[in-house]
Design a protein around this ligand. Structure first.
Ligand code: DQA
Length: 148
């Protein structure tokens, strides 16, 4: 099984970016934790970050036939990007939306996710643990492809 983790804009700044909201863990630390758990579960991982919307769209398209599940923290593009929404819908790879913070407990403009309706589900509010929960959700979705 292969899972692609995609990270959107400003997540490269984790560790120093608004630590009161996002914690002090860097994206590299999160990637290491994801890889550690994935090794236990015998899952292959791709892990990427971009500040560029079109690059994320390209990676979603290229994942077709290569990855079984996508786990995406689209960051601010969650709330703005019809292009990401359409890419997820077009490739048809089961996708799980994740966020470090609880977007529903924050500013109103973060309550709406344009990608939620084309994702299998959403995990948010658990800090870096959202990534591990996302990985475990990916396993569940893959094992229950027909029913989940
Ligand atoms: C985020 C939440 C988004 O609203 C925000 O724009 C981010 C990070 C999160 O992981 O909590 O950049 O996706």
């Amino acid at each position: 099984m292969k899972v692609l983790f995609l990270n959107g804009p400003n997540l490269n700044l984790l560790g120093t970016r608004e630590p009161e909201v996002y914690g002090r863990t860097t994206l590299a630390d999160i990637e290491a934790k994801v890889r550690e758990r994935a090794a236990q579960l015998k899952i292959e991982i791709g892990f990427r970050q971009s500040n560029v919307e079109g690059e994320l769209v390209n990676w979603i398209q290229e994942a077709k036939g290569k990855f079984d599940v996508i786990v995406i923290n689209a960051a601010a593009y969650t709330h703005t990007s019809i292009a990401l929404r359409d890419a997820i819908s077009a490739v048809g790879i089961p996708t799980i939306e994740i966020h470090l913070s609880n977007i529903h407990a924050r500013e109103e403009f973060r309550h709406k996710s344009l990608i939620a309706s084309v994702c299998k589900g959403q995990i948010c509010g658990f800090g870096q643990k959202s990534y591990i929960l996302g990985l475990e959700a990916a396993v569940y979705v893959n094992e229950n492809k027909k029913t989940s």
